[in-house]
Design a protein around this ligand. Sequence first.
Ligand SMILES: Cc1ncc(C[n+]2csc(CCOP(=O)(O)OP(=O)(O)O)c2C)c(N)n1
Ligand SMILES: [Mg+2]
Length: 580
Amino acid sequence: MARQSVAEQFVDILSRAGVKRIYGVVGDSLNPVTDAVRRSAEIEWVQVRHEETGAFAAGAEAQITGRLCACAGSCGPGHLHLINGLYDAHRSMAPVLALAAHIPSAEIGTSYFQETHPDRLFAECSHYSELISHPDQMPRILQTAIQHAIGRSGVAVVSMSGDVAGQDVPQPAAELALPTRRPVVRPGEAEIAALARMVDQADAITLFCGSGTAGAHDEVMAFAQRVKAPVGHALRGKEWIQYDNPFDVGMSGLLGYGAAYDAMHEAGLLILLGTDFPYTAFLPDDVRIVQVDIRPEHLGRRSKVDLALWGDVRETLLALTPQVREKTDRRFLDRMLAKHAEALEGVVAAYTRDVERHRPIHPEYVAAILDDEAADDAIFTVDTGMCTVWAARYLSPNGRRRLIGSFTHGSMANAMPQAIGAQLADRSRQVVSLSGDGGFSMLMGDLLTLIHYDLPVKIVLFDNSSLGMVDLEMLVGGFPPYGTSYPHTDYAAIARAAGAHSVRVEDPHDVRDAIRETLNHDGPALLDVVTDPNALAIPPRVTGRQLAGFATTTSKLVLTGGVGRMVQLARSNLRNIPRP
Ligand SMILES: Cc1ncc(C[n+]2csc(CCOP(=O)(O)OP(=O)(O)O)c2C)c(N)n1
Ligand SMILES: [Mg+2]
């Protein structure tokens, strides 16, 4: 049998684990690996302009496909550039394998040119970070890394010097047992029975859902129906829960809306389903709380819990629902649905006034039309900043659309890089990046990657010449805005010069046509919408201190956000309340 190099075996094992592409920038220390990729029929090298983009793209591809995805950086600065995107992937629980190439192995520890210690560097943003310093370590280290990334849903990093990658493996890899399917994890019978007792005893139950409810829409609805519970969600639960939901009371948190906060605080029993929602200020401390999570380390770390269940949400509800008595009293549910509809009606009225004539263009108007015009199975990637607010409030999930952002790590510049990974996973699907001008310009070089690979990503750029979210935070905190504004930039001209289709709009009357033209274009396209930097949204719960901040700066800048099509769901849920 022909001899195989460590690099060839590396690529071979990745492809057997389902990896389709490696995002990266080449470099001397990576050469044996990139050469093995060049000769591989299964794995493609995606040549990004900045390694951070590659890590974000791999993380997004993993979130869309559920498969292991990969990125690579050359020694020192090359892999250092991966780090922010890897933090995001890890905290989004995306299975990503990163290769951090290392300086020549004989030089490690001598402060050699470009020296870093990648196995230490990536320890915090991974489940596993190890150095392959001898060919004999292959294939076990790589297999272990893959098992960590898939099995524990997050990042694993393998560091390896180019000289090690270029050596022959002592023996061919045996068939490896690679875990590719998730197991069923259900709490024990005693725990399910204890929860069933608590549910039977409780009068007013609220469910609060996070990303752990992925794939459990029907089970959550069936349980809510049985116990007449309002259902709220965190941002990462939105795409899984906020559609076909007769129990919807909206979203809690800094960007929240509707009655989720009240439903959680006025309940007798609050059940947290697959959520690691970080803002303890929004969680009640005088309500009985049950938490269900697949990750035991998440249990009880945000609020006190009266009962903790270690298990998958869907499996837990499948076991629990038949064990609880059906409740007939809908009073709490109906009161919360009414409160929710009322809260949404209020903001709709505030937002819809004059918005078609408002100049500069109101960003909420853009988001509302985008929601209307985008495909039913679109993938939206959303920049951190005000775009997150508009996406949370205006994009309507339906069980087929996807919504990806940097919702836990909170990094800027995520959306366009994530769109690259989402689009490469499926070229035929509509992928729309909601980008802020600050975020877009941060990794703007990778607009060239879209063009290079002719990826039909649609970038909708909310161009407010400002770091708008921080402007708002300064205002809320009582600081005068500083360091937040940018000179006006014609991003459409930049995109056109780079080879993308582009449109710039400044008149609200042109927004719908421009969005249609952009979405219908058969190739990469950028829509530069000049938006109002002062279209601010305030969180529904602001503390006294924060309010003092508002009072000391100017309050007339403040506009509460609208809520788009959600109001229709709230209205129809109200209509569906059975009349006695
Ligand atoms: C990498 C990074 N740097 C800084 C921040 C702090 N930050 C959060 S949102 C934001 C402003 C984003 O501006 P832009 O992309 O233009 O969006 P806008 O809020 O204006 O819509 C900043 C600076 C961050 N989250 N991530
Ligand atoms: Mg901006």
